[in-house]
Design a protein around this ligand. Structure first.
Ligand SMILES: [Zn+2]
Length: 335
């Protein structure tokens, strides 16, 4: 994957890059564009505990700026088959992206013959809006950030601001309009132990799989300015282990039409990580599985840090009631 380019002027997208994606059983070139907008509506209602994407948004962004960002970004992408357009919030929230800009993007994708993926909170995925967007471009995949299929986790760990029932309604509306649903599932929102997080993500993937063409597992990474970052700085949170990512994927891959994962910041202190020695091999296997769905690629040789992971799961279950980053209290291993 090429490195995202970061620029701050309002007429330039926050990031644009190319990556490979399995589309209808074929590996194709996909473009990714992160648009800068006025921001996620939910950010002003307290925001999600792990989401720092609002850092890319600004109230000064005008609709024309967003059009310029898009046009400039796609001009650099060359020959692609699939385009993913993200904002810091919801593509279908007209306060964030006015209708005429959405229509411009849809028309461009139709002209180019690209499948378009965009993300939206469920409250903006209405029958009327789906009629409009599908009327312009048929080939759509709509991503919903369900995160967890447990309403208590949504409310207390994530502050998501919607319920599982809201997600189900939106996913059914998308299906009813003949578009594909992609569901994002979070691994390890705050206040869950490592093992609770593994069980919650696995249960959520199985739930989402029945309503999704693609399920994307997203291990929490520490983003700036978030509640999760505050907890992490106070030794009260550790991003998930890559062993946990593997465990979740292995136990749910057969339930999904397509299960993908590309851990943001994987292998670093702020992303899903293990001991530092085995991280690269495991990340490679996760990515190789995601672009092939070949189960034989999802594996790794065992590493001695797997015992630490097992011990932490055991100790967290014993102490209960806390999600302290226990590993920081472990003495360095002497062998
Ligand atoms: Zn290791």
């Amino acid at each position: 994957m090429a490195k995202p380019r970061k620029k701050k002027d309002s007429g330039t997208a926050a990031a644009v890059w190319k990556e490979r994606e399995l589309l209808d059983g074929k590996l194709v070139d996909a473009g990714v564009v992160i648009l800068r907008t006025t921001g996620c509506s939910h950010f002003h209602e307290g925001a999600c505990s792990m989401c720092g994407y609002n850092i890319e948004s600004s109230i000064d962004i005008k609709p024309e700026d967003i059009r310029k960002q898009f046009d400039k970004a796609v001009a650099t992408l060359g020959d692609i088959r699939f385009l993913k357009v993200y904002t810091s919030g919801s593509f279908l929230d007209q306060r964030e992206i006015p209708r005429e800009i959405v229509n411009h993007i849809l028309q461009h994708c139709k002209k180019m013959g690209w499948r378009l993926l965009f993300e939206s909170r469920p409250e903006y995925v209405t029958d009327a809006r789906l009629d409009e967007v599908k009327g312009i471009h048929e080939d759509l995949e709509i991503a919903l950030g369900l995160e967890s299929a447990n309403d208590r986790v949504l409310a207390y760990s994530i502050n998501k601001g919607f319920t599982v029932a809201n997600y189900v309604r939106a996913a059914e509306a998308i299906e009813g309009h003949g578009a594909a649903t992609r569901t994002y599932v979070l691994l390890k929102p705050p206040f869950l132990t490592e093992w609770e997080a593994v069980k919650d993500a696995a249960a959520t993937i199985r739930f989402a799989a029945t309503k999704s063409a693609t399920v994307s597992l997203n291990p929490v990474n520490i983003q700036r300015g978030t509640l999760v970052e505050k907890l992490w700085r106070n030794w009260a949170y550790r991003p998930p282990w890559l062993w946990s990512v593997l465990d979740v994927m292995r136990s749910t891959k057969d339930d999904c039409a397509k299960l993908i994962c590309d851990p943001t910041g994987g292998g670093s202190e702020r992303g899903a990580h293990n001991c530092g020695e085995c991280d690269g091999v495991i990340l490679d296997s996760i990515r190789a599985f995601s672009t092939s769905q070949d189960a034989s690629k999802l594996g790794s040789p065992d590493c001695k840090c797997k015992d630490i992971w097992r011990t932490i799961i055991d100790v967290e279950g014993f102490v209960s009631g806390g999600t302290v980053d226990l590993q920081r209290f472990f003495r360095p291993q002497r062998t």
